[in-house]
Design a binder for this molecule. Structure first.
Ligand code: FAD
Length: 410
């Protein structure tokens, strides 16, 4: 696309600014150009005879489990919380459409949805998608609102095409395509605290003292949980791997959905943020919904603006105050008093938001993907060899790690 030179600078800055917003979609989409695999472990057969334990029933753990289920391999999934999905969560109470309180955008090419299901990439896509092509956006510098030109939004969309589910959620996608095949093998409320891989049989201990044995273990907990040393490895993870875990950026963050009786806001309001992201966005964007729900995504050091507030209700009051400042009191006028709130940074089994593999050092990624003595393996969005990241990355990492686990020769 031809861009007049005097516009080049502002266009460049806009792209940078937008790149920090919309849940970092510029960065996410940068890797969408990477090739998707033609085949995954879902399209292969395995004759592994040992027992496998999967730790974590997020997208990565569920994907790996589906491969084991298909091949009649002995396994269970140990999940610390009382539900599957990890960083995927659906709210069906606030609006007349389901809301993703965790992952929400499809940053990958829509064909990825087919690959994640084990279908040919180019097959007809079953899900109804909304192209995330914004009509209106504003920037807030904490004093004034400034408009963003429609031509910029068009350029941005043509440069980085993203989408959202129209009538469903990422949670539904993972439930229908992965979780419902393996749900019967998940042992909930099972908080793993120790993994001992000294001997041939790996011994896994939980908080309540229950012990599980397996030939091989797949760990799919977030990098935040690994960083926290909540799980003790015996022997300790080697120095290089520990260094890699420590080096990966995994920022705290939370998401809020606020319900209004009238839409007084544009598709996106990108707030000035020092190191991180602070974005209001219309969750109902092109959903053909009657309810008006404004989302708020806060990530990184921006979280500290709100973390000093004593309760989540105080956070809501603060957000309404900020919106009132931007829109002359319209937020208070139209706020229905209903909201949904999810603090991922404060969730002890998650401890943050997402990673961006392409921003990390290759040597660290390589270390993260190495098994411990071919007995303990790792999956999760940071481990995706195709660098799709987010939910597609987590699922693809589950397929590739389980392939490695099932085919490594001792
Ligand atoms: C606010 C937010 C917005 C996001 N937006 C997007 C988006 O728009 N698009 C996108 O593609 N991605 C997005 N992501 C990222 C996406 O959600 C993740 O990349 C993906 O869900 C990670 O899946 P996972 O299986 O790797 O890890 P997780 O989902 O973290 O799953 C790990 C599982 O392990 C369990 N666990 C942890 N510790 C233990 C233990 N000790 N014992 C047993 N079990 C344990 C956890 O409870 C959890 O169920 C977003 C994430 C957040 C938080």
């Amino acid at each position: 696309m031809y861009v007049k030179s005097r516009h080049k600078k502002s266009l460049f800055f806009l792209l940078i600014l937008l790149s920090i917003s919309l849940s970092g979609c510029f960065q996410w989409a940068a890797r969408a150009k990477n090739k998707l695999p033609n085949q995954t472990a879902l399209n292969q057969t395995y004759s592994y005879k040992g027992k496998v334990l999967i730790i974590g029933a997020g997208a990565a753990g569920l994907a790996a489990a589906k491969v084991l289920e298909q091949n009649n391999i002995d396994y269970v999934i140990l999940e610390a919380s009382n539900c599957f999905g990890g960083r995927l969560k659906k709210d069906s109470t606030l609006a007349d459409f389901p809301i993703d309180m965790g992952a929400e955008w499809i940053h990958s090419h829509p064909n990825a949805l087919n690959v994640l299901k084990g279908k040919k990439a180019t097959a007809k896509i079953h899900e109804e998608l909304i192209p995330y092509h914004l009509d209106s956006a504003l920037k807030w510098d904490n004093k004034r609102l400034k408009g963003v030109k429609k031509s910029y939004l068009d350029f941005y969309y043509n440069f980085i095409s993203e989408s959202k589910f129209k009538r469903s959620t990422w949670y539904d996608f993972v439930k229908v395509n992965l979780a419902q095949n393996v749900d019967h093998k998940i042992i909930y409320n099972t908080n793993v605290q120790e993994i001992n891989y000294e001997e041939d049989q790996v011994i896994v201990k939980t908080e309540s003292g229950i012990v599980y044995n397996a030939d091989r273990v797949l760990v799919t907990v977030s990098i935040g949980v690994l960083k926290s040393n909540h799980i003790s490895f015996i022997p300790k993870i080697n120095r290089k791997k520990q260094k890699a875990v420590d080096a990966i950026t995994f920022r705290k963050g939370f998401k809020v959905a606020l319900k209004f009786s009238k839409k007084f806001y544009p598709d996106v309001i990108q707030c000035k943020a020092k190191n991180g992201e602070r974005t209001f966005y219309d969750i109902a964007f092109k959903k053909e919904a009657k309810t008006h729900v404004l989302g708020f995504l806060c990530v990184g050091s921006e979280v500290s603006r709100y973390s000093a507030l004593p309760t989540e209700k105080d956070v809501i009051v603060e957000l309404i105050r900020e919106l009132d400042n931007m829109f002359n009191g319209q937020a208070s006028r139209y706020y229905t008093g209903e909201y949904a709130y999810e603090n991922w940074g404060e969730n002890q089994f998650i401890q943050g938001t997402w990673t961006q593999a392409f921003q990390e050092k290759r040597r660290h990624l390589k270390q993260l993907n190495k098994s411990l003595e071919q007995r303990v393996y790792f999956a999760g969005e940071i481990n995706d060899p195709y660098k799709q990241m987010g939910v597609p990355g987590a699922i693809l990492s589950g397929y590739s790690a389980i392939h490695q686990l099932l085919t490594d020769k001792n």
